[in-house]
Unconditional design. Sequence first.
Length: 84
Amino acid sequence: MFLIMLTYQAPLETIDQLKEEHYTHPDGLFAKGLVRMAGRLEPRTGGLIIAEGDRAEVAAAVANDPFVTSGAATARITEFHRTR
């Protein structure tokens, strides 16, 4: 499993404009069915996604995310192994 931490680099107005494409981009995490849980951070400085898949597939999907490709957010991917 992977934790993907998105950190916004753009104003929230830009983030809100990209949100629908973030969810529906055909090469993205959501469209590929890799997301198990996701949500925004509070305060609203980014988001957290828990995803499953192989590392290359997850990394490629994150790299294609409209938030990332537009420069509106950066992404950090951390692999973890669930024990409970």
